[in-house]
Design a protein around this ligand. Structure first.
Ligand code: XIL
Length: 490
């Protein structure tokens, strides 16, 4: 026995283990709850911890066929043009939010979420901004970011803070623009201003022709890695995915390499040219997102083919009359066939303190007996929000986190790097070892923590509901005793 707690001797552990094994055999089906099939895109995506969204135009909101589809199918909304710089600040320091508000308020009133698009871009700038440069432009631009993000504070799921700032030159360079010429740090300055204005919104970088591993996506990858290493606030990367007739074969691998940097990934403006491969390519994009646990959702850029900005390409899921196309059926089937590992871990706030409440027992993850020693046992206890029940997620920079106690500053540790079912979880001084790193994925509000060294999940042993119930690692079967609600307390 490895822990300092006298209560957990070998005999008791062996008994508990048998209980856990029995539970797996008999109760897995009842507790695990595989994702249900959905009859709409939004509903099916939500079953898998994702969203399915569309861009809409304020000018079409009186079209009942159009709005009928939006109401029914989509649970995430992007304003196609109404929140861009020319729309929101047509004259310097004179902000117009009428159309943006109309879209945002519609979405929120229907229980849908909103992607904000976009705070910074070389295109669709108001005339006054196009003719500016240097420090005055920098100031005016950052003021724009602050004002618009502040106006929508609390209403936006994710902002495209900067859009299309990389060139198509085959070298992964920044795109030349008036904003770029204010200094290479204009992007990070925008992210910092956006975070200060709306700390609750996820902050994304968004671009096109980045849908496979190529010079442009690698340029962005290098920037995101740099931002993460220097603490520039970035939470997600958007892949527009305005595609021709096919999807790049390394599409999923590209999403995954970004996710591995510790950001969410989102498909933000999907449309695929009509042709014999259209339904198949839509299926492939859907499957790629579902295969990447930090791919939090997909947005298509418009509703019907006749609403598309790509006139003639017929690149969307509904025809001009609002009928479902083969591409629609292909997406819905792919969603319904998908796993429910999703939702990403982007909602973990590394500045916050959380109580981790077990879904099965409603007890909190707790350092036993207020210990501050290496090796002290981790148990569950009735929630009291004490420091011994408060935990912070510390990023390891690779998409996983250490989980640090507020009381002891020690981190959750699988004792002696065990890879076995029932391996003891203790606290230990932080050495960033693989046995101290956890992949956090949140589905429908519940987090699972999978140890990076062992691949096993953090669980309450034997699905105990008692104070002092032991916390161990065990094969991940998505049991309620392996799911934790993250309750922010500080
Ligand atoms: C497009 C809109 O769909 C059009 O209505 C508008 O005329 C131009 O912009 N990348 C983006 C989107 O980030 O904002 C663009 O939207 C399409 C390309």
């Amino acid at each position: 026995m490895t822990t300092t707690s006298p209560r957990f001797g070998r005999v008791r552990r062996a008994v508990s283990l048998l209980t856990t094994a029995g539970l797996v055999a008999t109760a897995a089906v009842a507790l695990a709850g595989p994702a249900q099939a959905g009859t709409t895109l939004g509903q099916s995506a939500a079953e898998r911890g994702r969203y399915y969204g569309t861009a809409i135009a304020a000018g079409r909101m009186n079209d009942s066929t159009y709005m009928g589809i939006v109401d029914r199918e989509f649970d995430m909304i992007t304003a196609e043009n109404e929140m861009k710089m020319d729309a929101t600040e047509p004259n310097r320091n004179q902000f117009t939010f009428t159309n943006g508000d109309r879209i945002v308020n519609y979405a929120l009133s229907k229980g849908k979420r909103v992607r904000g698009h976009t705070l910074g871009w070389h295109a669709q700038q108001p005339g006054w901004m196009q003719s500016m440069s240097g420090q005055p432009l920098r100031d005016a631009f950052l003021n724009h970011v602050t004002q618009v993000a502040s106006h929508y504070k609390g209403k936006i799921y994710a902002w495209d803070v900067v859009n299309e700032a990389f060139a198509d030159d085959g070298r992964g360079s920044r795109r030349d623009s008036n904003l770029q010429r204010t200094g290479n740090d204009w992007i990070e300055a925008a992210f910092r201003a956006a975070r200060a204005a709306d700390p609750g919104a996820k902050l994304c970088y968004n671009d096109y022709n980045t849908d496979g591993i190529n010079a442009k996506s690698t340029g962005i990858y290098t920037m995101v890695r740099d931002f993460k290493s220097r603490g520039v606030p970035i939470d997600c990367v958007g892949f527009q995915s305005h595609l021709g007739t096919s999807m790049p074969s390394d599409y999923q691998a590209n999403l995954q390499r970004f996710a591995d940097l510790g950001v969410d990934v989102q498909i933000t403006e999907l449309d695929i040219q009509q042709g014999s491969n259209q339904a198949n390519a839509y299926r492939q994009v859907t499957e790629a997102c579902l295969a990447v646990s930090r791919c939090t959702g997909i947005t298509v850029w418009g509703v019907r083919d006749t609403d598309s900005w790509r006139g003639g390409a017929n690149p969307l899921l509904f025809d001009g009359s609002g009928n479902k196309k083969a591409a629609y059926t292909s997406v819905l089937n792919a969603l319904n066939a998908g796993n429910n590992n999703g939702g990403g871990s982007g909602s973990v706030d590394t500045n916050a303190w959380y109580v981790l409440v077990n879904r099965n027992s409603s007890k909190a993850l707790d350092v036993y007996n207020l210990s501050t020693a290496d090796g002290a046992d981790i148990v569950q206890w009735s929630r009291n929000n004490g420091n011994q029940q408060q935990w912070q997620f510390v990023s390891s920079g690779n998409g996983s986190y250490r989980v640090k106690s507020r009381l002891s500053s020690k981190v959750l540790d699988v004792y002696a790097k065990s890879t076995a079912d029932g391996g003891e979880v203790v606290q230990w001084s932080d050495n960033n070892g693989g046995n101290q790193q956890w992949n956090v994925s949140i589905t429908n509000g519940y987090a699972s923590l999978v140890n990076r060294n062992s691949g096993k999940a953090l669980e309450v042993q034997g699905a105990s509901v008692a104070d002092g119930g032991n916390v161990v690692q065990y094969s991940n079967w998505n049991g309620a005793n392996q799911q934790w609600q993250l309750v922010k307390v500080g």
